[in-house]
Design a binder for this molecule. Structure first.
Ligand code: AKB
Length: 331
């Protein structure tokens, strides 16, 4: 991996992955691909090249690949699960027609491709505890349908044309740099923002609903490591279960309250998100990723919580005060 196009570089994953790749490969061109209305700003704009990269425009992508001699494409363009239920045709267009454009370019120009899958690729009939790597995938959401199809299409291009496609099934991702937009697991990010700002958190997911979650540094490590993995060790490609922690809203509330006791939370369950969450695994088995490319997460719930609070307080210019009632000092 040397010259990389990150499609969706201003999103929750892209904004951090682009910067990580620029640090890892300082000699390469790490191009921040964006769509109109979501242009890169600040350090993301200043630290390397950027280009408009709409996945629905194959020629636009091909021109970037030629111009920057791209060898690897990170395809992060997607409508997340809740918003995809509101705009299913747009989700299909971006996730499927966009992917087909990328895979065709990769076939012609010999690029490796990473397109993330998700816990959303599973459905109600999937075993929910210790969800195996290879199991029933019958999702009922449009997001899930496109994620299963993404896995199959990516494997198809590998087996038929030898395109180096690889992927992981991301859990809900928790981060402080860029907010996610329209996912079912977004609550697990938003609760930290509310806690640090001293606001009441209204939780859209019912107490007792377990889902896999992961801190962003682990997700970025997975995205890089899978693309760097020795191909001769890979028995799977699209896509690997990866897991770090599994919790439900009450576990998260109590953990944050150990650090910010003043956090207030009440429930206003969103039926669309709740139905999706009910159909997803409670916790995945990631042993294939551990065996085939040495996957291992670094952050558990406590370590992530400490880091999230620290960094959000920095972000909002708040003093560092541990284990004090937040209401004492919140602005
Ligand atoms: C979502 O909630 O839609 C995403 C995901 C788990 O893929 N965060």
């Amino acid at each position: 991996m040397k010259n990389v196009l990150v499609i969706g570089s201003t999103g929750q994953i892209g904004s951090e992955l682009t910067m990580k790749l620029r640090k890892l490969y300082p000699e390469g061109n790490i191009v921040a691909g964006f769509i109109q209305g979501a242009e890169p700003k600040g350090i993301l704009l200043e630290s390397g090249p950027s280009a408009e990269a709409d996945v629905r425009n194959g020629q636009m992508l091909a021109d970037i690949v030629d111009k920057y001699q791209i060898d690897t494409i990170y395809n992060l363009a997607a409508l997340l699960s809740a918003v995809a239920e509101k705009k299913p045709l747009l989700a299909w267009d971006i996730q499927m027609n966009g992917l087909l454009n990328i895979l065709e370019i990769a076939r012609e120009k010999h690029c490796a491709v990473f397109t993330p899958s998700s816990i959303g690729s599973f459905g109600p009939e999937t075993p929910h505890q210790g969800t195996p790597q290879d199991t029933i995938q019958r999702p009922r959401s449009m997001y899930g349908v496109t994620k299963v199809a993404t896995e199959l299409l990516s494997d198809y291009y590998f087996h038929k044309y030898g395109v180096d496609t690889r992927s992981v099934r991301f859990p809900g991702l928790i981060s402080y740099t860029t907010l996610p937009g329209g996912g079912t697991t977004d609550y697990a990010v938003e609760i930290y923002y509310a806690a640090v700002k001293g606001e009441e958190f209204v939780c859209p997911i019912q107490a007792g609903t377990y889902m896999d979650m992961m801190y962003m540094p682990d997700a970025l490590k997975a995205a890089v490591d899978i693309m760097e993995a020795d191909p001769t060790r890979l028995k799977h490609r699209n896509s690997f279960n990866i897991a770090a922690m599994s919790f439900e809203p009450e576990t998260l509330r109590k953990k944050i309250q150990e650090h910010i006791p003043g956090l207030r939370m009440r429930y206003e369950v969103d039926p669309v998100r709740q139905a999706i969450a009910n159909s997803w695994p409670d916790s995945m088995d990631d042993s294939c990723a551990r065996e085939e490319w040495d996957w291992k997460p670094s952050y558990d719930l406590e370590e992530m919580t400490v880091d999230m609070i620290l960094n959000l307080r920095k972000k909002f210019g708040l003093a560092q005060m541990n284990n004090l009632d937040h209401t004492l000092w919140a602005p």
